[in-house]
Design a protein around this ligand. Structure first.
Ligand code: SF4
Length: 50
């Protein structure tokens, strides 16, 4: 289980500064309907725009 989540998406309401995520939990999904083959093919579904 991830303890500290690092993230650079500072347009998200959960972004806590210093490239850290302040969300209680995060949900990462495949970008498309197929299984991801690399990190570029994943997305954070917990993202909410500020
Ligand atoms: S919820 Fe997702 S996009 Fe938002 S700060 Fe956390 S990891 Fe980044």
């Amino acid at each position: 289980m991830a303890k500290d989540v690092l993230c650079e998406v500072n347009s998200c309401v959960h972004w806590a500064g210093d490239n850290r995520c302040g969300a209680e939990t995060i949900y990462i999904v495949n970008r498309s309907s197929q299984e991801a083959a690399n990190s570029a093919e994943t997305d954070c579904k917990t993202f909410e725009s500020k």
